[in-house]
Design a protein around this ligand. Structure first.
Ligand code: 5AD
Ligand code: SF4
Length: 468
């Protein structure tokens, strides 16, 4: 079905899971071994951690948030910005004391940072108490790597790139029982000049159509009510197949599954976001009226330097089409402020675009140079202080827009998925199909269910309501 991608079933033919379980039952400090898995970065990482937890669960592990209590501590790392990397190094450093106190503890690191040579070199040199390191392409080997790390008496590093294989059937232990992630593809082919992801996650490869639809069915049958399809660029789903299928076709097939549920997806790339996709959302029963469409910059010169392959006009064209077709559409986006060489005037094009579109919310980042990406070598004449001032200016503009958008919902009755308790007694919290948070008084037994609430008040970007 697909070009040069091999599809393999996960298998543990040498029984590393059972062997590890045996070793861990002796090493465990409590009745059963405990793992503390900390996940940094995007939802793709969260989904990867759920697979690692699935494999650990099969080894008899329980899970704890507290690293002090764990027999295995694993950080699933993110390389997308420097800040995330610094946090990981800082937090790993802090584990040294735990290892000193409990020498049998295994400390591991995985994820995007581990696909960068300069990172693994630094770890190897300066963090000898880290016993297991593996990259994003080695998830399916986890039982073997883990077994080697607990028995071999030396550090295990596994960071090779394999972006030609998709593994199905890796056990999953999902964090949520009614909200879940469903990866539909891995990797990215876009090479935006600022972004490290194509280097850490390799080339784009889609899971097979039927595998995705079947997993969606299983999740819906298991009671999942809010499922997010994941990929770095979901709009190019199926492009590696010989028989072309589009993301819109995938969505429309999933939408046919019986049940009361919402489907979301992220992330979309404006260059591949088709009108066909918007039409499918508009005509669907279950696809939420939420589109996360990162535009990064509102200025055409900057977009070109970022290698984004669309311009402001094309972006607005698809946004306006979506607004016209999808009632109550909620739009969100990612933005980078201070891309190398971006002038204040160019930044203001981002501000005017934000004002024009009126997003529900924004994920706004100050540009962070990533070693190995083209932009890291571009001239970057503006100071961090200047960029930070622009960033604050943008946040202020967005705050006003979000407040206005929320205020316009007062008096309306909306369907929400009840997600949990707030820290206020008797007050629950949920989200609309457009992903807006609504707090309201209610009984805990409706957590995980859909409910209808009438919006009574707006507080910046959070709504208050009453059950109807
Ligand atoms: N610096 C700042 N932000 C970045 N992003 C990706 N790479 C960088 C970088 N080097 C942002 C983009 C992307 C989001 C996931 O992270 O906005 O959409
Ligand atoms: Fe990075 Fe661009 Fe790929 Fe998104 S589309 S993961 S920003 S290279």
């Amino acid at each position: 079905m697909a070009n040069n991608i091999t599809y393999k079933e996960f298998s543990d033919e040498n029984n590393y899971t059972a062997l590890s379980a045996e070793v861990m039952s002796i090493r465990a400090r409590g009745n059963s071994p405990m793992a503390c898995i900390r996940t940094y970065g995007c939802q793709q990482n969260v989904a990867d951690s759920e697979k690692i937890k699935g494999m650990l669960f099969d080894m008899g592990f329980g899970f704890t948030e507290n690293a002090e209590d764990a027999d295995f501590i694993l950080f699933n790392t993110c390389a997308v910005r420097e800040h995330a990397e610094d946090r990981v190094f800082g937090n790993v450093g802090a584990l040294k004391n735990i290892k000193r106190k409990h020498p049998s503890v295994l400390i591991g690191l995985c994820g995007c940072m581990m696909e960068q040579q300069h990172v693994t070199d630094r770890l190897y040199k300066s963090f000898p108490f880290v016993g297991l390191v593996f990259g994003t392409h080695s998830l399916h080997k986890f039982p073997e790597l883990f077994y080697n790390a607990i028995t071999a008496g030396k550090r295990v590093y596994e960071t090779g790139v394999d972006d030609k294989t998709v593994y199905e059937g890796i056990p999953i232990k999902r964090d949520g029982t009614f909200k879940g992630w469903l990866p539909i593809m891995y990797g990215c082919n876009n090479f935006c000049t600022y972004c490290i992801v194509p280097y850490t996650r390799g080339r784009e490869r889609s899971r097979k159509f039927d595998d995705v639809v079947n997993e969606a069915k299983q999740m819906i049958n298991a009671g999942y009510k809010d499922i997010t399809l994941l990929g770095q660029n979901v709009n190019s789903y199926g492009k590696n197949f010989e028989e072309k299928v589009t993301f819109a076709q995938l969505l429309s097939e999933i939408d046919k599954i019986e049940g009361d549920y919402w489907i979301r997806f992220m992330t979309s790339h404006p260059k591949d976001c088709s009108k066909e996709l918007i039409d499918v959302i508009a005509g669907s029963k279950h696809i939420s009226s939420h589109l996360h469409l990162p535009f990064q910059s509102g200025n055409d010169r900057v977009l070109k330097a970022m290698n984004r392959s669309y311009n402001r006009e094309k972006y607005l064209d698809i946004i306006n089409y979506a607004k016209e077709k999808i009632p109550d559409l909620s739009l969100t986006s990612d933005i980078i402020v201070g891309f190398p060489g971006e002038t204040y005037e160019e930044f203001l094009d981002t501000v005017t675009l934000v004002k024009e579109v009126e997003f529900t919310s924004l994920f706004t980042f100050i540009y962070s140079p990533r070693e190995g990406t083209p932009a890291a070598k571009f001239d970057d004449p503006y100071s961090a202080a200047e960029k930070s001032k622009w960033f604050q200016e943008l946040l202020k503009v967005q705050e006003e827009i979000a407040a206005k958008r929320c205020a316009s919902m007062v008096g309306k009755t909306v369907k929400i998925l009840v997600e949990g308790k707030t820290d206020k007694d008797g007050i629950l919290t949920g989200r609309t199909s457009g992903n807006i948070i609504v707090d309201f008084p209610g009984e805990e037994n409706i957590i995980g269910e859909f409910a209808y609430v009438k919006i009574t008040k707006a507080r910046n970007w959070i709504l208050n309501g009453e059950l109807v």
